[in-house]
Design a protein around this ligand. Structure first.
Ligand SMILES: [Zn+2]
Ligand SMILES: [Zn+2]
Length: 809
């Protein structure tokens, strides 16, 4: 018998499939459509096992749906813009385009070795002009719709990467996500997308089936809260607003805290305190928002010498500045109620400020608080509201303030507009021109794409190389023809990935971002898979993007991805893989040695897909041995000697229950138990082969089913064995097997339990019960334990499908 040479046959089949265009899909297909998408990889260099972990199981699912009778689109492409390419250009003198396309080449080859059903004729690469032309076109559309605007904003700045960082890219105590350098702040004119306009709709998850955890992360990120904006007075008659969700505590305000950069601070700070206030503000400006608001940060502040007036009770309270209040959140000023907010409580203790209880805890008898009371209670020291339960008080105080004109109900969001400007070269240029006469003028649609110049110089100056590229910067105004300057910032790469799923529908389309009929056929995506780390960035941005396009009449659906599944992380030696620490698994080596099918099956077997697992060389070798056993079983001879009806029926039962379990597991992304049940069937078939006691037809049914069930997981091996056993090519065009409910049903029998040969108990058990399970069950029965009492068990006899006899003395 021929030996299983995984790598050789895998390469052969991959070639054959490509030659036959087996996985190319068309819209002209009678089957129902199904769009299954995996997050496309960033062109970082080469494919590591984490990529495989994201891609192999999702390919198995897509293959399964294909065999279930769907016209499955499962495309692949590359997220190709971004900083690393530019850094490579600076440090190694390679042009970002060359670096990126070399990586694409390598990764494409590695992705082919996976044996997935990617339709490569639909590949998209975001850094190519035929793609970014449309990224620019979308920018233009958003601008026309009033969803793109320019504004000055403090940005997080990494002095090492020499770039602006999004808040999400600032990690820990204000360090750069990429390099760990301390982040500072800088003011720049930037482009923003008005994602906040969609805050409420983004909180509506009713049309999508996403993991609860992702929905919660998005909801928290959007951070909608209902409250009141209260007007407080200053001594010179001016007013300012603060937003609070606790209007019920307004009588407990004992001081105010302003953000150091609040424009009123300069006005009201007294001469006596000016020096100290200025020094503190200067210090605060150096810190990032993250550092300033970190919970472990010391809550310090400085008194300004000024006082605010609480219009409800006329009280005069001191005004401080503190860095933990941010100008970019709320109104840049907060009312402090130390008795009912822990941060205010600590601040009040530190600066000897009064702590005034206005919400009495149940059974409170007037003693001082040792910490803030943030639970429910009854309003006290609150004028006419005394005695009101505080939840009711929130409404009552809000009504009263609205009536008196010193406050107004408002909804506040934590979500900020999306800053999309990047001061770098390797991104889609923002298609805008600045003209001295006309101001900001968009590049007309017919002039797109605004191409990246090839002759830009890459220097570690921190400014975009585009800024110094005269041929790029100098242009003429599209409106008046006068000399003008181009925008030199490029777009956040999350803009490129906000619409890539639409491009796969018709990547060749050159007069629009997509052909409308094809888009309508495929989109939205039915099943999306990828990492949970994208919850509040990519997965939120693309939802916003879809809704904005819908409102412009460009797409006809509300959500980009109907279902979402997040895979976990593959670890090695209990830690995340790390190139620098030498903890890496290079999939290429395993593909060459054991085959792609073994790597695929092992990654699915390693643990529940949403939880991840630990890579272990022994584990993958076990999987390779299993696939070898399948090879031997299928290609070995089977000639029944004395077929009996019960054994035949039992094999058929095993076959059909396996079909049922594999189908259900694949539907639920339970790949690990799916592989386990296939192994179980393989073992069972091994026993049958040795016993030779089932009819040939049942044996053949079992073998064919095993191959069909295995096809999504080990597509090459299944194809090879399918062909070798005389079936028509290709197994991947076959239907997924269906189970017979009656055969798949668990059969049961009555297990008789004896003690010293005498019947003592009976219990109904499934026929699949193992000897160990039967013994354990028998000994654990209460009636048997009573009979055994203190007697010593000599031995336990098991007669399969009949009885357990416990021999005791
Ligand atoms: Zn950095
Ligand atoms: Zn002009």
């Amino acid at each position: 018998m021929a030996r299983y040479k995984a790598h050789e046959l895998e390469q052969r089949w991959q070639q054959q499939w490509a030659q036959d265009r087996l996985y190319e899909v068309s819209e002209d297909d009678p089957r129902p459509k199904r769009y299954e998408l995996t997050m496309f990889p960033y062109t970082s260099g080469d494919l590591h096992i984490g990529h495989w972990y994201a891609m192999a199981p999702s390919d198995v699912h897509a293959r399964f749906m294909r065999m279930k009778g769907y016209n499955v689109l499962h495309p692949m492409g590359f997220d190709a813009f971004g900083l690393p390419a530019e850094n490579a250009a600076i440090s190694r003198g390679i042009h970002p385009y060359t670096w990126t396309m070399d990586n694409v080449e390598t990764m494409r080859r590695q992705l082919r070795s996976l044996g997935a059903i990617y339709d490569w004729s639909r590949e998209v690469v975001t850094c190519l002009p035929n793609y970014y032309k449309w990224t620019q076109w979308f920018f233009f559309k958003l601008y026309q719709a009033g969803l793109a605007y320019r504004g000055k904003a403090p940005v997080n700045w990494c002095p090492n990467c020499q770039t602006v960082l999004a808040n999400e890219q600032v990690v820990g105590e204000g360090t750069c996500e990429r390099c760990g350098t301390e982040v500072t702040r800088k003011d720049l004119e930037q482009w923003f997308f008005r994602i906040t306009r969609y805050a409420d709709e983004l909180l509506d998850f009713s049309q999508i089936e996403w993991p609860e955890r992702i929905k919660i992360m998005q909801a928290n990120w959007i951070g909608r809260s209902e409250g009141v904006e209260i007007r407080f007075g200053l001594e010179d008659g001016e007013e300012f607003g603060v937003f609070t969700t606790r209007p019920d505590t307004v009588y407990g305000v004992t001081f105010m805290v302003f953000a150091p950069e609040h424009p009123l601070v300069e006005k009201f700070t007294t001469a006596e305190h000016k020096k100290e206030v200025d020094r503190y503000a200067e210090q605060a400006r150096k810190q990032s928002d993250i550092e300033r608001t970190a919970t472990e940060q010391d809550k310090s502040g400085v008194f300004t010498g000024a006082y605010a007036i609480n219009k409800l009770n006329g009280e005069r309270v001191p005004i401080f500045i503190a860095d933990y209040v941010l100008m970019s959140y709320g109104t840049g000023a907060v009312m402090a109620v130390p008795a009912h907010d822990q941060r205010d409580f600590e601040f009040a203790q530190r600066y000897g400020l009064p702590i005034k209880v206005v919400i009495a805890p149940p059974d409170w008898s007037g003693e001082d608080f040792t910490e803030a009371w943030v639970e429910q209670g009854t309003m006290v020291n609150s004028a006419q509201f005394d005695g009101t339960p505080n939840e009711q008080g929130k409404e009552a105080v809000a009504d009263y303030m609205e009536e008196k004109g010193c406050g107004q109900r408002r909804t506040s969001y934590r979500l900020r507009d999306w800053l999309i400007s990047r001061q770098r070269y390797w991104g889609a240029p923002i298609p805008m021109v600045y003209c001295d006469r006309c101001g900001i003028v968009p590049v007309p649609e017919s002039d797109l794409p605004v191409l990246l110049p090839e002759d830009a110089e890459f220097r570690p100056t921190g400014e975009s190389p585009l800024k110094y590229c005269e041929s790029f910067v100098n242009t003429t105004c599209p409106a008046c023809g006068a000399p003008a300057k181009r925008e030199t910032d490029t777009m956040d790469t999350f803009m490129c990935s906000s619409w890539y799923q639409l491009r796969y529908a018709s990547p060749e389309c050159d007069d629009a971002p997509f052909a409308k009929d094809k888009l309508e056929y495929w989109c939205p995506v039915d099943q999306y898979t990828g990492g949970a780390e994208h919850a509040t960035m990519h997965l939120l941005y693309t939802r916003f993007f879809t809704k904005a396009l819908r409102d412009m009449g460009i797409v006809a659906f509300d959500e980009p991805f109907i279902r979402l599944f997040n895979q976990g992380v593959i670890v090695i030696e209990r830690q995340k893989m790390s190139k620098s620490k030498g903890r890496v698994v290079n999939p290429d080596e395993y593909v060459a040695e054991l085959g792609a099918d073994a790597v695929r099956a092992y990654l699915m077997f390693i643990g529940p897909w949403n939880q991840g697992g630990e890579w272990d060389d022994r584990g993958i070798k076990g999987i390779a041995r299993w696939l070898n056993r399948v090879w031997d079983l299928v290609l070995g001879d089977y000639a029944p000697q004395k077929p009996d009806e019960a054994s035949t029926r039992q094999l058929r039962h095993m076959t059909h229950r396996t079909i049922r379990k594999v189908t259900q597991d694949l539907e639920g992304f339970r790949f690990n138990t799916m592989v386990a049940v296939l192994m179980e069937l393989t073992n069972y078939l091994g026993k049958v082969r040795d016993e030779k006691d089932v009819e040939k037809a049942a044996w053949d049914e079992a073998i064919d089913s095993l191959l069909l069930l295995l096809a999504p997981t080990a597509p090459h091996l299944a194809e090879e064995l399918w062909t070798r056993t005389g079936h028509p090519y290709s197994i991947h065009n076959q239907s997924f097997p269906q189970w017979d409910a009656e055969l798949a049903a668990e059969e049961e029998f009555t297990l008789v339990i004896q003690v010293n040969g005498k019947l003592r108990d009976r219990v109904t058990v499934p026929v699949t019960i193992t000897e160990d399970e039967a013994r354990e069950l028998a000994l654990s029965r209460e009636r048997i334990q009573d009979y055994l009492n203190d007697r010593k068990i000599v031995r336990v006899i098991y007669v399969p499908r009949r009885l357990v006899n416990v021999v005791a003395s």
